[in-house]
Design a protein around this ligand. Structure first.
Ligand SMILES: O=C(O)[C@@H](O)[C@@H](O)[C@H](O)[C@H](O)CO
Ligand SMILES: [Mg+2]
Length: 403
């Protein structure tokens, strides 16, 4: 099955999404997500200049060899742009192979390890009451797990909270980076009140998750983890920047609150110590940014040796193509933990028709051959790219901080 064409489709139905389509001489095609929020055209250039011309004529069935060619052959290995480009090719080839075998992708990976995939939704509010109302809406929809984020008095803009109540949260909201102001002390003093309020209204069984979004130092993260132990969180996410994997040793010394990290990782080397030393409980590294199924399967298998479970990133800046492939992976992977799901807006679902379905707090990936997601190229063309950047954060004294 020879690759005869490979092209990138950039579309912006409410937000920028980048898709790679690989077509074979047998008329089959596969698609992969190549979206890197705020750096979309960097991945497009990497693919169009350095990857796609080298794919033409290759055997689409040779997924591993193509992966090794693109990884080792790059010389300048790793990094989010390179690994997102490799991921797009990889997922498209897995989609193709499953279509050629006329089976849903999860079958090709090894079959079902579970009947359905538990997901968590995002409950946000400008204040605690607003967040509680959103939690109630998610519980009504059947969610068993909800991530809770709310505004913090004295901080104008905080992570995860839409500008106006009821609006969809989209962080890449300006041409060049918006500048937000952050105050750790105000956040640390306030956020435990949010979890107390959620437990008070919804009881002990609802899984509560929270994303710190890289903003604490290790000892502050240890302090927060200890402070929220009475609320039995499912996980505390990105509690400190994880380039220094050893910093999690300090956090682990102070708290038993489960830790999740990894949505910004793009290779197994970003999380090797975290997993091997059991410094985390969930690895969030996902298909679109970490080299696709071929590489993330290695990460998941390595994590299983240390009882670390998967908890894939699933924000709306990952396209339905990534979501579809992730749900097949989640259906197969033995050490599954949970899957993040932020619903895409209707325009995006129209551009990307898909087989996955939500029911009672869980997803099923569908039985369509491949990952079950397609792209309507005519519709995609109606939404031209528009640059959008993620914000930056500064402390009140102007120090550039982690967003
Ligand atoms: O856990 C999450 O979903 C967040 O960390 C993301 O929404 C993240 O802010 C975006 O993916 C950045 O593009
Ligand atoms: Mg996150």
């Amino acid at each position: 099955m020879k690759i005869v064409e490979a092209r990138v489709i950039v579309t912006c139905p409410g937000r920028n999404l980048v898709t790679l389509k690989i077509v074979t001489d047998e008329g089959l095609y596969g698609i992969g997500d190549a979206t890197l929020n705020g750096r979309e055209l960097a991945v497009v250039a990497y693919l169009e200049e350095h990857v796609l011309p080298a794919l033409i004529g290759r055997d689409a069935h040779r997924i591993e060899d193509i992966w090794q060619y693109l990884y080792r052959g790059a010389y300048w290995r790793r990094g989010p742009v390179t690994m997102t480009a490799i991921a797009a090719v990889d997922v498209a080839l897995w989609d193709l192979k499953a279509k050629a075998a006329n089976m849903p992708l999860y079958q090709l990976l090894g079959g079902k390890s579970r009947e359905r995939v538990m997901v968590y939704g995002h409950a946000t509010g400008k204040d605690i009451e607003g967040c509680l109302d959103e939690v109630a809406r998610h519980v009504e929809l059947g969610y068993k797990a909800v991530r809770v984020q709310c505004g913090v008095p004295g901080i104008a803009t905080t992570y995860g909270v839409a500008k106006r109540s009821g609006e969809r949260y989209e962080p890449a909201d300006s041409d060049l980076p918006a500048e937000h102001v952050w105050d750790t002390a105000k956040y640390l003093n306030y956020v435990p009140k949010l979890f107390a309020a959620v437990r008070g209204r919804f009881g002990d069984d609802l899984h509560i998750l929270h994303d710190v979004h890289h903003r604490l130092t290790p000892i502050e993260a240890g302090r927060l983890g200890k402070a929220v132990e009475p609320y039995n969180l499912f996980w505390l996410e990105d509690c400190t920047p994880a380039e220094n994997q050893q910093s999690f040793r300090l956090i682990r010394q102070h708290t038993t609150t489960p830790l999740a990290v990894g949505e910004v990782f793009n290779s197994i080397h970003d999380c090797r110590e975290l997993i091997q030393e059991q410094l985390i409980d969930y690895i969030r590294t996902t298909l679109v940014h970490a080299g696709g199924i071929t590489h993330v399967r290695r990460i998941a298998d390595f994590a299983a040796l240390f009882q670390v479970r998967t908890g894939f990133h699933g924000a709306t800046d990952l396209s339905p193509v990534c979501m579809g492939a992730a749900l097949h992976f989640d259906t197969w992977v033995p050490n599954f933990g949970i899957q993040e799901h932020m619903p895409h807006e209707d325009r995006i679902d129209e551009v990307f028709p898909h087989a996955y379905r939500f029911e009672d707090g869980h997803f099923t990936p569908g039985e369509t051959p491949g990952h079950g997601v397609d792209i309507d190229e005519d519709l995609a063309r109606q939404y031209p790219y528009k640059r959008a950047s993620l914000p930056v954060n500064r402390l009140e004294d102007g120090t550039l901080w982690h967003w």
